[in-house]
Design a protein around this ligand. Structure first.
Ligand code: ADP
Ligand code: MG
Length: 477
């Protein structure tokens, strides 16, 4: 039997829901309607041009891959954009638009597992590589101009500026930027790289996340070409390694990084590192690395105060050519206090809602949209709090829960924790996996399935899970 477009889209949504975080899923995917499936072309209707552009910019890869997974390699995607709302007697006016995905994507890129970001190009494959040819992997939007200074980041920003004017030539080497999520560490680290490139295009700058570094290292150690790997990194003039907390427990990668660090530092080249905690609290990192981090400067990033939040919002609006009443900007800046990423998320949701309803942004709309951002009175359950409860319940040490041990009690405790995290939090499978020592989303799917199966067959197991479910529910009240 042929599937209808609604059925196909529903299946796609099920996949997307597990990959995209809850808030963007609600904002960008729920308003989409599947309207046609013909000759393997799935047409989806989106509420406005703005939606179309946003989806194309941020989610086209994900959409394309998911649709191909459901309909096969030949599948194509098309958009229908609503340009005028309908009435009860009349269909809305629409126009069809193509997508870039099917044009640019080669079949080899359609492989799963899905990732939302484009894979960083493997920088090692260019034979006879010259330093200037190294693709810096920088995002060119992350500049100093677009990075607002406030009390929260003044030291880090100024140190960054100093370093970018004289890479390797100051005592800020390494420069370690640390602080919580969404506070601008990646932005600032990349701004330094972009500024070095602007002043000296011939310098070899490389941005890499520690996660990527570890994966590359694993690839290369399998093929016994670790020396190539280390030599490549030793060519770099300014090496930016993001989120070094991921090095925890990756012993072999730390050894490689140690060798690279020493070489770069000794040759008067610059290292810039970011971390989600102060270096001294980085458990699982070798002491010899930590002591080298102390050679340079560690600068922290804090949550921006109200004035800085206002300035950031106003700059983002200016850059995107947006306007909204001052009272709304104030309302957003006042209510979103957690971090800059959420601030941006709130602004984008506001825009999406205003374009969805064809309504100017006003205070009333802002209040409605921000409701889902501003914490309500009931407590939010986090993956960490569930991990803690399960550890206490089974008397399992927290670090064991994250490590790769195969002991049965621990494996079961871990699977139950993932299962509870999936049912009680709005995190994607990907995020949940990341909280368990960087496992991927398929492990989480497998764990949830195992727990469901065991609950059907093993009574005492079921009782434990139910008791834990009640504990989590209580904690949320
Ligand atoms: P982190 O790496 O600390 O998690 P990011 O660098 O990814 O945070 O920042 C999250 C978002 O907030 C990015 O889009 C970034 O451009 C923006 N941002 C953070 N700090 C500032 C700032 N001071 N001025 C302007 N934008 C900022
Ligand atoms: Mg970051």
């Amino acid at each position: 039997m042929n599937k209808t477009c609604e059925q196909v889209w529903e299946k796609c949504l099920n996949i997307i829901r597990d990959i995209v975080e809850w808030q963007p899923f609600k904002t960008w995917f729920e308003p989409i309607k599947a309207v046609q499936l013909e000759n393997n072309v799935l047409t989806i209707q989106v509420p406005s041009q703005f939606f179309y552009e946003y989806l194309e910019e941020h989610y086209v890869g994900l959409l394309g891959k998911t649709i191909k997974r459901e309909l096969g390699k030949e599948a194509r995607l098309e958009y229908r954009i609503v340009v005028e709302n309908g009435t009860p007697h009349q269909h809305p006016k629409t126009v069809n638009m193509p997508t870039q995905f099917t044009k640019h994507q080669k079949d080899s890129e359609v492989d799963f597992p899905l990732t939302i970001q484009n894979p960083v190009k493997n920088p090692f494959v260019i034979p006879g590589i010259k330093r200037v040819q190294i693709d810096s992997q920088l995002n060119h939007n992350y500049t100093f101009e677009s990075f607002i200074e406030g009390d929260c980041n003044r030291v880090a920003r100024r140190a960054g500026k100093t370093v970018s004017d004289k890479p390797g030539g100051t005592s800020f080497n390494p420069l370690v930027i640390y602080g919580g999520v969404g506070l601008g560490k990646t932005h600032l680290a990349q701004a330094i790289g972009n500024e070095v490139k602007r002043q000296s295009p011939n310098k070899a700058v490389l941005y890499v996340s520690a996660e990527k570094f570890i994966n590359q290292f694993i690839d290369h150690s399998k093929n016994n070409i670790i020396n190539d790997f280390i030599h490549f990194y030793q060519l770099i003039d300014v090496l930016i390694v993001d989120d070094i907390q991921f090095f925890a427990r990756a012993e072999k990668s730390q050894d490689a990084f140690f060798a690279i660090f020493n070489h770069i530092h000794q040759s008067g080249k610059q290292l810039i590192l970011t971390s989600d905690k102060p270096p001294k609290d980085l458990d699982g990192l070798q002491e010899r690395l930590l002591s080298r981090f102390r050679w340079g400067l560690s600068a922290d990033m804090q949550i921006p105060d109200f004035e800085t939040r206002m300035e950031i919002l106003e700059m983002k609006m200016r850059n995107d050519g947006l306007e909204m009443p001052k009272e709304v900007v104030k309302y957003v800046a006042y209510n979103i206090q957690s971090n800059v990423r959420e601030l941006e998320g709130a602004l984008i949701s506001l825009l999406a809602q205003s374009s969805l309803n064809r309504k100017d942004i006003d205070l009333e709309l802002a209040k409605r949209v921000l409701k889902s951002f501003v914490k309500t009175s009931s407590k939010e359950i986090t993956i960490e709090s569930i991990q803690k409860m399960v550890c206490e319940y089974f008397d399992v040490p927290y670090d064991k829960l994250l490590q790769k041990t195969r002991k049965r009690e621990i494996v079961q405790a871990r699977q139950i924790t993932m299962y509870l995290a999936k049912s009680f939090t709005k995190n994607s499978l990907k995020t949940i996996g990341e909280h368990f020592g960087g496992r991927d989303h398929t492990t989480v799917i497998h764990s949830c399935q195992t727990v469901k199966d065991l609950m059907d067959t093993d009574n005492s197991f079921r009782d434990s899970v139910i008791e834990l479910q009640q504990k989590v529910q209580l904690a949320a009240m």
